[in-house]
Design a protein. Structure first.
Length: 163
């Protein structure tokens, strides 16, 4: 019989290269949580203690603007995505607020539980950190593409303004 959290774990692209046993281990330490629309899954500046896998629903990622101190939406994420990995890697505070747009179901993986797994099984640790590196690389490439498009749009806008 499979664990009820297994489907959510397997739905995450980040974990695609982990083994079936790795998926099962993560499913065992994951805790299902739900958030109502408007509820914060995590808040910018709080100490990170867990990562979250979005199993159903949509969240928005909000970042405090350094100029206005208002929250600006930087992304909207849905099923099969994750948030909170950076705080695990950096052992730092949250870099953004994540808020439920609608009712959201997540799997919460506590860093203490995950670190225990990483310490116990070197093979799992190697596979997990390789997946994390690939996931962060994808995010960086996406951010670079967005930045390039924004610069291109600004260049064309400035060129039109001078014509």
């Amino acid at each position: 019989m499979s664990h009820p959290n297994l489907f959510g774990i397997k739905s995450v692209r980040l974990f695609a290269d982990l083994t079936e046993d790795d998926h099962k281990e993560l499913a065992l330490i994951a805790e299902k949580q739900t958030f109502n629309a408007g509820s914060a899954v995590m808040r910018e500046g709080d100490q990170g203690s867990a990562m979250f896998i979005i199993v159903s629903g949509t969240v928005r990622v909000l970042k405090r603007s350094p100029h206005s101190h208002d929250n600006e939406e930087i992304a909207e994420l849905g099923n099969g995505t994750y948030v909170g990995l950076n705080a695990l890697i950096e052992r730092s505070t949250r870099s953004a607020t994540v808020e439920a747009v609608e009712a959201v179901s997540v799997l919460r993986i506590e860093f203490d539980d995950l670190n225990e797994l990483l310490d116990e099984d070197a093979g799992f640790a190697l596979r997990f950190w390789r997946c994390a590196a690939v996931g962060l690389s994808r995010q960086l490439r996406s951010a670079n593409r967005s930045n390039s498009l924004l610069r291109e749009m600004m260049h064309h806008r400035n060129a039109e303004a001078h014509d």
